[in-house]
Design a protein around this ligand. Structure first.
Ligand code: FE2
Length: 260
């Protein structure tokens, strides 16, 4: 009888041991799983890191081929890994050892005229590309819902007219730059474009505002697939606009204005 109990005990212990070993292998050991309050604490730490302004090169929010066939895999891969990364690296070099290392990017933009051209170009290149990747996704397009939709119709009469004006801003931007949908300090929507890596948050912007949606109209954003046909790239862009992100930016921008 004692032997039977001993064998059953060893089998149970062995099973528990194997289960534990598997969970550790799978990264799921119950002993190293964070509790809910620990997860919340992690988020708080991340938030603190942001307020301490540790500039990070953010991961691409989707796979390189996610925007196919509208924006091709090779373009996204080179654009993100080479162009965007170079702006980030050059931005980090440009602010090294300066007061800007501890500043929020919005504060740098609000004072951009005081800083060297390398900061203007590379902080813009860093921020603008991050903003651009975030306002696209696979299987997107369509049109926004809710308050943003109402604001677009109120301002531009129709969604098609809004698309036309935004597209025209991108098509007619001479040389390299960006087209933007923004809200001004009264909460009113407006469309504009900026040259090079400038953006509407910068104090040198012709018209300043809070950006909601952008498109990169530098040749490197479309040349491999569309060659010199920038209008075709802009037409295709509407199929990958992440309206959920744009609507969320709109809501946040309205809230920030109401806090002023
Ligand atoms: Fe770009």
């Amino acid at each position: 009888m004692f032997k039977i109990i001993l064998v059953i005990g060893l089998v149970i212990c062995g099973f528990i041991g194997l289960q534990h070993a598997f969970m550790v292998y799978a990264g799921g050991s119950p002993q190293i799983q964070p509790k809910k309050n620990q997860i919340n604490s992690s988020f708080k730490n991340q938030h603190t890191m942001k307020t301490q302004n540790k500039f990070e090169f953010p991961p691409l929010p989707y796979a390189y081929d996610a925007l196919e066939p509208f924006i091709d895999k090779q373009t996204v891969e080179i654009h993100y890994n080479k162009h965007h990364k170079a702006y980030y690296d050059n931005f980090m070099n440009a602010i090294k050892g300066t007061e800007m290392e501890s500043m929020m990017i919005g504060d740098i933009f609000r004072n951009i005229s005081k800083y060297p051209a390398a900061v203007r170009n590379n902080s813009g290149g860093y921020f603008n590309h991050t903003f651009y990747w975030e306002n696209m996704k696979a299987h997107a397009g369509g049109m926004p819902a809710g308050k943003l939709s109402e604001a677009i119709i109120d301002t531009y009469s129709s969604f098609d007219e809004f698309k036309k004006q935004f597209s025209d801003a991108g098509k007619t931007r001479f040389g390299s730059g960006w087209a933007w949908l923004c809200i001004d300090d009264k909460g009113k929507l407006f469309i504009c474009s900026t040259p090079n890596q400038d953006n509407p948050l910068m104090d040198i912007a012709e018209k300043k505002g809070i950006p909601l949606l952008t498109i990169d109209v530098w040749e490197h954003a479309y040349y491999l697939k569309y060659q010199n046909k920038r209008p075709d790239y802009i037409d295709a862009f509407w199929n990958v606009v992440n309206w959920d992100v744009v609507a969320s930016r709109y809501e946040n921008a309205l809230k920030s204005l109401s806090l002023k």
